[in-house]
Design a protein. Structure first.
Length: 579
């Protein structure tokens, strides 16, 4: 599938704008030509949209202008016309109340930007957590040729001779400060040491996980996941991506031909092998539902259950994304999965080859970072999907981030009605709590927060931290940052705000967590729960604005937390012309 350099014989979608000799064609071309394009770029060649999430308020994506320039080189070289366009950028570190509140809004922005404009294919520039799923979701609903270029992780953080990881070590330092093990001056020094280059969080957090999902899904080029943002090979990958998207348009390989059921199964297994973020569960289900590909929580458990965690990266392990790249990158990990019958080898990828063709000869240079199959970091990685009377529609837990000693645990609930209630109460020295208790947080799900904040890994009570307690079971309808760790049950569905059983838990109730048995049980009689339910009242919904639309239409976590009216493929046909 070599790219042609002469003008194309095929007629592309963009010809409906630029290919006309009439008044409309004049308008479409003339205004574009104010950017200095010569006449012959409107000769019917593929028009490639470069969907850019650059923003100085999204520091993880702040180098994307440079990446876009490299994509353009490749598009020009292959005989396409590159046109860069912005979409709303979601910066995890700054946005309040949570960037997740806006993931579906950006998906709409992307979908409508593509459909409304003369583009034949898109390169999606993704980095910070939500920028990846939102762009893929919007593009999936359009179903045009697409390729993702991830921005790449930051270089390893370095603090006093030690590697430190985005987020993960912030949680640790913060608990050290609370426990009196670290001074505020040292805390401030560490701040400058953590984020020392362009790129996204360099632990196996949500951004690195989603960049890995892109590669595992076949939607990115080989090595998309791990090349550091500032490594010149990241720019070379962007250049090659520019060439490839032109070929994908010429061959009419749309995103739905890449994102098949087989591709999602590969991604779930890779998530287990990398110890990936629980956020990927929600995002991949949402993407699949845009395409009409069946994908459920049960699939996450079934396909991830036998996958060992091979990659020894923080937050579960020791290393960081830069190390993963030098060790062989995701290609090495996928080769091992393929050798053990844990990869759909024939899944097509955007470089025109199958996954197996891409990875079968991948070298591994460091078996501490990418461990052998028979010496994994965690024997059964993946995502454990729990259910029971406390989560009738499911909940998730990441075994590789949890404490083995808490995987089967029965404890007394200490309940927080909201995150504000938690913050006020957790610091109370008189709080009746010990290390065997289970922290239960309500009203942090999609509708309840709203936006499903990453607060599920709620910090432990300071008095227990000072006593040396390092982990406790925590349960909520919230999400957790991919950079976080602990025995944390997340995404409890239905959430408390819609009257799920989580809403009915009270201080002192006994809860049983059985991860091997995939069970989450509230030890309260059905009669008592019915009595509590009769007294339960829903909170009022926001009165106006995006939050109102979101709360009225967002689906539960087990369905991907998309808006109900956005699920599905709508294509790119435009029924009305503009002039
Ligand atoms: Fe952007 Fe972590 S804050 S990836």
């Amino acid at each position: 599938m070599g790219h042609q350099k002469t003008s194309d014989k095929k007629t592309y979608r963009s010809a409906a704008w630029f290919g006309k000799a009439d008044k409309d064609g004049f308008i479409h071309r003339s205004w574009m030509r104010n950017q200095g394009y010569p006449e012959d770029v409107f000769d019917g060649r593929p028009v490639i949209g470069i969907c850019n999430t650059f923003s100085e308020l999204t520091p993880c994506n702040a180098h994307f202008r440079t990446i876009a320039e490299f994509v353009k080189r490749g598009v020009w070289e292959a005989g396409g016309l590159p046109v860069e366009f912005p979409v709303t950028s979601l910066g995890e570190s700054n946005m309040r109340p949570t960037a997740m509140l806006f993931r579906n809004l950006v998906a709409m922005d992307v979908e409508e930007s593509i459909r409304a404009n003369p583009v034949d294919g898109v390169v999606l520039l993704c980095g910070c957590d939500k920028t990846t799923p939102s762009l893929i979701m919007g593009t999936a609903s359009c179903d045009i040729p697409a390729l993702v270029v991830s921005g790449g992780p930051m270089l390893n953080g370095k603090y006093r001779g030690q590697d430190i990881g985005s987020g993960t070590d912030v949680w640790r330092f913060s608990e050290d400060v609370k426990a009196g093990r670290m001074s505020l001056q040292e805390f401030s020094e560490a701040e400058a040491c953590m984020s020392r280059s362009a790129g996204h969080c360099m632990v196996m957090g949500t951004a690195s996980t989603m960049a890995s999902m892109v590669e595992a899904l076949g939607l990115g080029l080989p090595q998309n996941a791990a090349i550091p943002a500032v490594d010149s090979r990241r720019n070379a990958l962007a250049h090659i991506a520019g060439r490839r998207i032109v070929d994908l348009v010429r061959d009419n390989v749309t995103i739905s031909q890449i994102l098949t059921r087989a591709a999602f199964e590969n991604a779930i297994r890779v998530n287990g092998a990398i110890g990936g973020s629980t956020n990927a569960v929600i995002h991949l289900i949402a993407i699949a539902r845009r395409l009409g590909v069946p994908l459920s929580l049960e699939d996450w458990d079934a396909f991830g259950r036998d996958v060992p965690t091979l990659v020894d990266l923080k937050p579960s392990g020791r290393y960081l994304m830069e190390d993963l790249y030098y060790a062989g990158g995701l290609q090495g990990v996928m080769r091992i999965l393929g050798e053990h019958d844990l990869l759909n080898r024939d899944a097509l990828t955007v470089n025109g080859r199958t996954q197996w063709e891409n990875v079968k000869d991948a070298p591994i240079w460091n078996t501490e970072v990418i461990r052998p199959f028979d010496n994994p970091v965690v024997a059964h990685g993946g995502i454990a999907v729990l259910s029971g009377n406390l989560a009738p529609n499911g909940a998730v837990l990441k075994p590789s981030a949890a404490s083995p000693g808490l995987m089967q645990h029965r404890g007394r609930a200490v309940v927080f009605e909201t995150i504000e209630h938690y913050k006020a109460r957790i610091v109370d020295p008189a709080l009746d709590i010990d290390a065997t208790c289970i922290l239960v947080l309500k009203n942090c799900g999609p509708k309840g927060y709203p936006g499903m904040a990453e607060v599920g890994n709620m910090g432990l009570p300071p008095k227990l931290l000072q006593a040396g307690v390092q982990d406790m079971v925590r349960i909520s309808d919230a999400r957790m940052s991919g950079t976080a760790y602990g025995t944390v049950v997340l995404h409890v569905s239905p959430e408390a705000a819609v009257g799920g059983p989580l809403a009915l838990v009270q201080d002192g109730d006994m809860i049983e967590l059985d991860v091997p048995g995939r069970r989450l049980h509230l030890d309260v009689s059905d009669e008592e729960l019915a009595r509590r339910r009769a007294a339960w009242q829903a909170a009022p919904v926001p009165e106006s604005g995006w939050a109102k639309l979101y709360v009225e239409h967002v689906q539960q976590a087990d369905q991907g937390a998309d808006l109900d009216f956005l699920v599905g493929k709508r294509g790119v046909e435009v029924t009305r012309e503009s002039h």
